[in-house]
Design a protein around this ligand. Structure first.
Ligand SMILES: C[S@@+](CC[C@H](N)C(=O)[O-])C[C@H]1O[C@@H](n2cnc3c(N)ncnc32)[C@H](O)[C@@H]1O
Length: 280
């Protein structure tokens, strides 16, 4: 399939999946490759034939939806973001948790892929902050719509390309090399719970101190769906909690009440109660 054909196809199909083409522009190769493979399975000779197939088989849209999941990720993605999380955001959230006598810091990583983002937080917390907060444990709910990615996350062994951004002491202390792969040591895996969850449906848990929703809804979803997700996130978060998006993402206009903490790092805060407290 020619790139131009795939582009035309995506521009036609994505809005029907409530997704937006501009989010896919730079990363479309991944989706195009999968669509091409699917066309081969269905013996569709060209993209026009696949369009006809979609028009005649409603259930194929669910499959196309999975083919359009972009899964690019790595540990410590956007260095400055993780430095700020470790130096400012997590210590502040830890102090606030302590002030309300909480025993744990609750984090939700939505669209966690195979665990690179939640494990980065777990490793950073244990190596940099746990000593200052012996009274707090970190509990990270890591969700994704792709069951295969989640089972890779549970296994927690990665290629060099996934871990190479990590500070060298984190890499040395948290991983052991097995058959050329970097496997996370058990004690760093403990805080992370993986769960299959589609961000477009409601989540049971709430009261999160920090929610990471990076490089998913606010890149690939259409604006009305982005607003819906922003509302759901606001609803699941403690007053005073922090929301982190991908560095190139912004919350849509007209959404729920979040204050901008850093526009550059796409950090937002749900306003605390008027007396400055959060609650659980
Ligand atoms: C581009 S990756 C981002 C991973 C990580 N958050 C990061 O920023 O490095 C997007 C992830 O979202 C997942 N995803 C896509 N659509 C989803 C949905 N509707 N609900 C939950 N996860 C979804 C994909 O499977 C993929 O793992």
């Amino acid at each position: 399939m020619k790139d131009a054909d795939c582009v035309e196809f995506l521009q036609w199909a994505l809005p029907q999946l409530k997704m937006r083409w501009p989010g896919f522009r730079r990363v479309r190769a991944q989706a195009c490759k999968r669509i091409q493979r699917r066309m081969k399975t269905l013996s569709c000779p060209d993209v026009q034939a696949y369009r006809f197939y979609l028009e005649r088989h409603r259930e194929e849209w669910t499959i196309l939806d999975t083919l359009c999941r972009i899964t690019i990720t790595r540990f410590y993605r956007d260095r400055q973001v993780f430095r700020t999380l470790m130096r400012e955001v997590l210590p502040d959230l830890g102090q606030a948790a302590r002030a309300r006598h909480a025993r744990e810091l609750r984090i939700w990583c939505a669209g966690c892929a195979s665990g690179e983002e939640p494990y980065t937080l777990a490793v950073g917390w244990r190596l940099e902050l746990a000593e200052c907060f012996p009274d707090l444990t970190m509990d990270i709910l890591a969700t994704d719509a792709d069951a295969g990615l989640l089972s890779r996350g549970a296994e927690a062994c990665y290629a060099w390309s996934a871990v190479r951004n990590l500070p060298s002491n984190w890499l040395a202390e948290a991983f052991q090399v097995r058959e050329g792969r970097y496997c996370l040591r058990a004690e760093f895996k403990t805080p992370v719970r993986f769960e299959l969850h589609d961000l477009r449906s409601p989540l049971g848990e709430s009261d999160f101190d920090l929610i990471c929703c990076r490089n998913l809804a606010f890149t690939y979803f259409e604006e009305p769906l982005q607003l819906h997700v922003a509302e759901a996130i606001h609803d699941r978060m403690l007053a005073g909690g922090v929301l982190l998006l991908g560095v190139h993402e912004r919350l849509p206009e007209g959404g729920p009440d979040f204050q901008i903490v850093s526009e550059r790092l796409a950090l937002y805060r749900k306003p605390p109660f008027p007396d400055g407290t959060s609650s659980r």
